[in-house]
Design a protein around this ligand. Structure first.
Ligand code: GTQ
Length: 345
């Protein structure tokens, strides 16, 4: 069945020259580059960014580069498979570690890619998204949907650090990535929707037929609630590991169009060996310590570390202590394109 395809060298020199001049090329020597047999052949390699290694570099950026000179003071986590300076951590996911010092603010802008932040360190930071002030506490997930104005501020007294996840690589690939700058936003004088409208899971405001609902009604997912829900699930759930998907409370769908977020809890000694998934993923350790083997590569992770797995990776996590991770993945995109897949291993 699997025919050996012809190569470029099989073809006469004059024909190859003529094709080049005409701006065409034969498919068959290149066919397997773009359509490999049975499974994709990812460029992405698993990466591991220890927070202890990244933090001092980020703090130094705080001394070297004022926020006014950076717009966003971020160190980008580059996929080892693509090398130094790669603006992506996996095929579709960009990751960056952002620092805001006390009293600083990062100016308002909006852009076509969507972003989400997982807060890593510090209190007093906040993001304003379309006028809603979203406080940032460690472990919180804060959304910045594509096209929404956002600026970051800091009322606290110590550095604030968070992990940015954006679907930027997709927008760059589509030649659809750009930003518009604006003025710092006026903030609505009320707590964010997670406190006001969506305080409890399973409850949403009752509405008249003709009332409109915001496309992204809740943009902050406080970690305290996520952790409490995971603990309850771990206590009373089945033997599997406790996992919760972040969802839009009005639709039950993924929180953003292309990126999904899943909170995971592993008890001390617990092993998680998921099926091979067609989605790529980044794991951020909110708390805990453990070892993950990704395609044969062993990663020893600790609190606030981040590591990645390419598509169809063979992954086994082993927690050495009670651990909480947030998995960022591109399953929502793959669901929409109709090819998300899981394979037993
Ligand atoms: O905070 O808006 O890491 O626009 C990269 C691009 C963060 C942000 C990043 C951005 C932002």
């Amino acid at each position: 069945m699997s025919q050996q395809l012809g190569t470029l060298e099989d073809l006469p020199e004059d024909y190859r020259t003529a094709m080049t001049e005409a701006g065409v090329a034969p498919l068959w020597p290149m066919m397997r580059n773009v359509l490999p047999h049975d499974a994709p052949n990812p460029v992405t390699k698993s990466g591991h960014w220890a927070f202890d290694a990244v933090r001092p570099l980020l703090m130094r950026a705080g001394e070297l580069t004022p926020v006014e000179k950076a717009e966003r003071r971020v160190l980008v986590l580059s996929d080892p498979g693509r090398g130094t300076g790669a603006m992506q951590a996996t095929s579709s996911i960009y990751l960056g570690m952002q620092l805001l010092l006390p009293g600083e603010s990062a100016p308002a802008h909006k852009h076509t890619p969507s972003a989400a932040r997982i807060i890593v360190e510090g209190t007093g930071g906040y993001t304003v998204v379309d006028g809603e002030k979203l406080p940032m506490e460690e472990g919180d997930l804060v959304l910045t949907p594509g096209g929404d104005w956002h600026d970051h501020g800091h009322d606290g007294s110590d550095p604030v650090i968070w992990l940015d996840a954006l679907d930027l690589p997709l927008f760059v690939y589509l030649e659809g990535s750009y930003a518009i700058e604006g003025e710092l936003q006026a903030q609505r004088n009320r707590p964010d929707a997670s406190e006001v409208e969506y305080r409890a899971a399973g409850l949403a405001p009752s509405r008249r037929l003709d009332s409109s609902v915001r496309r992204y009604p809740m943009m902050r997912y406080p970690w305290v609630k996520t952790e409490a829900a995971l603990r309850q699930m771990a206590k009373y759930g089945d033997d599997g590991i406790a996992e919760l998907d972040y969802i839009n409370p009005e639709t039950g769908q993924d929180v953003l169009p292309t990126m999904g977020f899943t909170a995971m809890m592993l008890n001390a000694g617990q092993i998680d060996s998921p099926p091979l998934r067609s989605a790529s993923a980044a794991f951020h350790v909110v708390r805990g310590r453990g070892t993950s083997v990704v395609n044969g590569q062993t990663i020893h992770w600790g609190p606030k570390d981040t590591f990645t797995a390419p598509v169809f990776a063979d992954i086994t996590h082993t927690a050495e202590e009670e651990s909480f991770l947030v998995r960022v993945h591109d399953r929502p995109l793959q669901d929409k394109l109709g090819y998300y897949e899981e394979r037993a291993k």
